[in-house]
Design a protein around this ligand. Structure first.
Ligand code: SF4
Length: 395
């Protein structure tokens, strides 16, 4: 589960997983699943079909309250586009926390489920084996996080801190993965984002928690020029795939593209990579922000070009006739250029999900990322850490 409140609401209802079995006829009514204390309902919601995720999110909050945990899909999921994700609600009732990768939105769409709502009336609480020991360990972990220079950097700057790190390591995807550095990368780095948010004020926030309680608070709220919420959050992966990979050096452009992606219900990585292909074949120039925003609007409006770009890099490459395609098993390569980090390259190649940086995040332990020696063992080590902890091997 990505950030946001859905995971908490599920556990309060005593749920660890929701399984949707089978699929109805492809033209059957759109439904939502509502789960509350002692009830599970299927409700007709044809009126939600075709609307963007932000509007759906408002309508669901209006009906079920901002404290309900909502999972919804956008027009991309309804139209079964491969790059579609599912959006989960944050503590303010806005569905902008994405399980973006792997086409989950299309899976929900294929079952004609437009949203799942987990009500705020669950009463299940975790049973402590040893409450005192748990609380002491929690305090120790929080203290360590507040003293650790890496986690405090993420508190101040969020994952955007990776822009400078990846630029220095020459693994910042640039110009459709043909380079690992971008001249002018500082225009979209963490410091620029931090200063822009602080200067604009208003609804903008650095050090924002996507769920409570969180000791790191790496999230952000990026405001427009008038201080109104433009997009929350903007993460490093998006800054790379929708920024440097397209040679875009303007945070407002990236924020607008991210917002449209959230509204359409698509993964920012797969769509950023697909737009990179479109720029490679000359549908727009690298660095043309207006064209990139227009392409995102095509995806939101599910136009013919939007369907192609929203279907992910592998399909987009076949339709557009591109041979240089950054993908593994059809999933776009994430924001760590694999020629510059052989450990991440092994992780991408060995993940059954395709190119997935969370499967075994080796980069922070690679003394010399460019060399091959020992990288299979390193990737395996991080993958096993992930399996043992019951989650992915990233931080
Ligand atoms: S560290 Fe905290 S704010 Fe950042 S994604 Fe995780 S839960 Fe959300």
């Amino acid at each position: 589960m990505p950030g946001g409140i859905v995971g908490v609401r599920m556990s309060q209802q005593g749920l660890r997983t929701i399984v949707l079995e089978d699929a109805p006829a492809k033209d059957s009514e759109w439904k939502i699943v509502v789960i509350g204390k002692d009830k599970t309902e299927l409700l007709d919601v044809n009126f939600l079909a075709g609307k963007g995720v932000y509007e759906k999110s408002d309508l669901l909050s209006e009906r079920f309250g901002k404290k309900a945990g909502c999972i919804t899909i956008g027009p991309a999921g309804e139209n079964l586009l491969f790059a579609s994700g599912i959006a989960c609600s944050d503590p303010h009732g806005v569905c902008s926390r994405y399980a973006g990768r792997g086409g989950l939105g299309a899976v929900m769409g294929s079952k004609r489920i437009i949203a799942m709502v987990i009500l705020d009336d669950g009463e299940e609480r975790p049973q402590y084996a040893d409450k005192q020991a748990f609380q002491e360990a929690s305090k120790r972990i929080v203290t360590l996080l507040k003293e650790n220079p890496v986690s405090t950097k993420f508190t101040k700057y969020g994952t955007a801190a990776m822009v400078d790190i990846c630029q220095a390591l020459k693994v910042l995807p640039t110009r459709n993965f043909t380079s690992g550095t971008m001249e002018g990368a500082e225009k979209i780095n963490a410091q620029t984002m931090h200063d822009t948010i602080k200067e604009r004020g208003g609804e903008g926030r650095t050090q924002h928690a996507c769920m409570n309680p969180c000791a790191i608070q790496c999230s952000n709220v990026y405001p427009d020029q008038d201080g109104k919420l433009l997009c929350s959050p903007i993460e490093y992966e998006t800054m790379a795939l929708m920024g440097s990979n397209l040679c875009l050096k303007n945070l407002d452009t990236i924020a607008k593209m991210n917002r449209i992606a959230n509204d359409a219900g698509v993964d920012t990585l797969d769509c950023g990579a697909a737009i990179g292909l479109a720029m490679e074949v000359g549908l727009a120039e690298f660095g043309d922000g207006e064209a990139a925003i227009t392409m995102m609007e095509e995806i939101l409006n599910v136009t013919p070009l939007g369907r192609i770009l929203g279907s992910g890099v592998k399909i987009a490459a076949k339709v557009l006739g591109v041979r240089h395609v950054p993908h593994v098993l059809g999933q776009a390569i994430p924001a760590y250029e694999p020629r510059g980090t052989k450990g991440m390259a092994v992780t991408y190649l060995s993940s059954p999900k395709g190119a997935d940086h969370t499967f075994g995040f080796t980069l922070r332990d690679e003394e010399d990322p460019i060399t091959k020696e020992g990288k299979v063992a390193l990737s395996k080590k991080f993958q096993l850490i992930g399996f043992k902890n019951g989650r992915n091997g990233d931080v």
